[in-house]
Design a binder for this molecule. Structure first.
Ligand code: FES
Length: 570
């Protein structure tokens, strides 16, 4: 029998309070019997025309509502701040934690029994899941889906081509007119980036964690089956409320391990590390950087998707999507973890089929034997750093070179194309002060563009190191998330031009070739760098943000406060 609904604390109330709670809902034309014993389902919507990837969400919400009503619930849609990766400045990551607060407080403060989280563009997924974890009501994720594959001059294109096109445009291999034409050809439908960038990585993350119904990861936004998934999710959340199936029942340590394994096999974004770490800390599961060190542990690259491979999310869906890939991975997964469907995760994929082995490989014949994240340790990153194995050049994964140092992003922009810059193909580009506190907000600038004079020589990749992040659509031999970051006085802060840095992905090390006394002496001489602590939210963020290896959440947001409203009066 269903336990008393949380929403009844509002709508079954007698006297003045009950009158107020019901009356101001009735002004929307809702009949009286809608409030009697029906699960009230919040639809947490990140729709915004300033988040183009989520601009279709009001329509998608209608499908969710239909499902909720069919199953006997009352749907109530509410907006939260949205995070558009392309337009927000200085970086959407600065606001991920703010949105998580919005989501958490919106859910807890209102008469909700369950929640549907509508996620799409990169940061909207972790922000909503983090916030919902801190309340821990029954919750299900519906992602918006990827765009259709871009088409340009007879060939398929996607977001990863933005980097290629802009490099070609910089050295006049692509005209300005061609560049502009390609814009419309790439983003030709609703949905988020069409490659295995961060948004698709996040959509696959929620599916592999068990937070969505199967196929959430890959159904294109424009495909009518995305609406079907939304409607079925609307039905399912009502049942989840009746079963009292909460996020903490689903998000076990084993579920996180599954997500990490799947992320390696799909060639997911490095941003996965920082977001999953933050989600785990909200729900009370302990993860360490070592848990993410999958690249050399026998999980192969099984999805031939850009930016690591050739194809697009649309192709992934037609080939069988995440269920087909997870079926191949079966032996490496914790098969008994429970999903939002109330069944073991193996039920998501046991009947799946692969329809294109050029897109989804078998375990025995993968696209690459090395996949996933390499976690680096060494004196340059005492708390760790990450590198995406499938995006790196094999020849550079063991490399020693002299540092060419940029103190911050302005310094980098001012000098990268200076013909007199002392740099060659073996140099290592170092970009400081783009970490969580230093920038602030840890922007996606880690895959710095190659100096123009080297590009003109045909150099396509170099080792690049920063305390920032990289777009999930980026590629190259790029070391990211250096912790501690330069702005908090990590060893990274003392690197100078000409210092020798040794990267060894196979040993998992990143070393600055200086002795300990030399490092200590330089740290003592380190000039105090003026870090302006802004006002408002930026002040809060800079005062409380944690380092990358902990998930870059605000320190006081870890864990949760449950769904109880402590003070109850009007
Ligand atoms: Fe929104 Fe790429 S810009 S997912």
């Amino acid at each position: 029998m269903m336990q008393e609904l949380r929403s009844q604390q509002w709508f079954d109330r007698k006297g003045k309070d009950g009158f107020i709670y019901r009356a101001w809902m009735k002004n929307q034309g809702i009949p009286d019997d809608e409030f009697r014993g029906k699960p009230v389902i919040g639809i947490c919507n990140t729709w915004s025309e300033l988040t183009p990837c989520n601009a279709h969400f009001r329509e998608l919400a209608e499908s969710i509502k239909r499902g909720v009503i069919e199953a006997g619930g009352l749907p109530v849609e509410f907006p939260v701040m949205s995070l558009g990766e392309t337009l927000m400045k200085p970086t959407a990551m600065l606001y991920r934690n703010l949105v998580s607060m919005d989501v958490e407080e919106s859910i807890r403060a209102n008469p909700l029994d369950g929640v549907v989280l509508m996620c799409g563009c990169d940061k909207t997924t972790p922000a909503l899941v983090m916030g919902a974890c801190s309340v821990d009501l029954p919750s299900i994720v519906v992602s918006g889906g990827p765009m259709l594959t871009g088409k340009y001059r007879g060939r398929d294109i996607g977001t990863a081509d933005v980097w290629r096109f802009s490099e070609a445009n910089r050295i006049k291999m692509m005209s300005d007119d061609e560049f502009r034409t390609a814009e419309a050809c790439m983003a030709r439908s609703r949905g988020h980036c069409a490659v295995m960038g961060t948004a698709s990585t996040m959509a696959c993350m929620v599916e592999s964690l068990g937070l969505s119904l199967p196929e959430n990861g890959a159904i294109p936004a424009a495909d009518s089956r995305r609406k079907v998934l939304a409607q079925l999710s609307g039905r399912r959340i009502v049942e989840m409320v009746k079963e009292d199936l909460k996020l903490s029942d689903i998000l076990t340590r084993e579920a996180f391990e599954n997500a990490i394994t799947v992320n390696a096999a799909i060639g997911g974004s490095t941003n996965f590390v920082i977001h999953l770490m933050a989600i785990a800390a909200r729900i009370g599961v302990t993860l360490s950087m070592e848990d993410f060190n999958t690249a050399l542990k026998g999980i192969p690259l099984m999805a031939n998707l850009q930016p690591s491979g050739k194809y697009f999310m649309e192709d992934f869906f037609y080939a069988g999507g995440l269920p087909a890939l997870m079926k191949e991975l079966n032996e490496l997964l914790n098969r008994e973890t429970i999903t939002v469907a109330g069944k073991p995760i193996s039920a998501n994929y046991e009947n799946a089929e692969c329809f294109n082995r050029d897109v989804i490989s078998t375990m025995e014949d993968p696209f690459d034997k090395i996949a996933g994240i390499i976690v680096l340790k060494g004196n340059l990153c005492e708390n760790g750093a990450v590198l995406k194995a499938s995006a790196a050049s094999p020849a550079l994964m063991r490399h020693t070179g002299k540092a060419v140092v940029f103190e911050d992003i302005d310094d980098y922009k001012a000098r990268i194309d200076d013909p007199s810059l002392d740099v060659d193909k073996d140099s290592i580009l170092v970009l400081k002060n783009v970490g969580p506190k230093g920038y602030p907000g840890m922007p996606e600038v880690g895959n710095m563009a190659i100096p123009k004079k080297l590009l003109e020589q045909g150099i396509a990749d170099m080792v690049r190191i920063s305390d920032g992040r990289m777009s999930g659509t980026g590629f190259g031999t790029v070391v990211l998330h250096i912790s501690p970051e330069a702005a908090v006085g990590g060893t990274f802060a003392i690197v100078q031009d000409g210092d020798v840095i040794q990267l060894d992905c196979f040993a998992g090390t990143l070393e600055l070739k200086l002795t300990d006394p030399e490092i200590a002496e330089r740290k003592q001489r380190l000039p105090v760098r003026e870090t302006t602590i802004g006002r408002g939210y930026t002040h809060l963020y800079q005062s409380h943000v944690e380092q990358a290896h902990l998930g870059a959440d605000l320190d006081f947001l870890k864990g949760g406060s449950g769904n109880r409203v402590t003070k109850d009066s009007h």
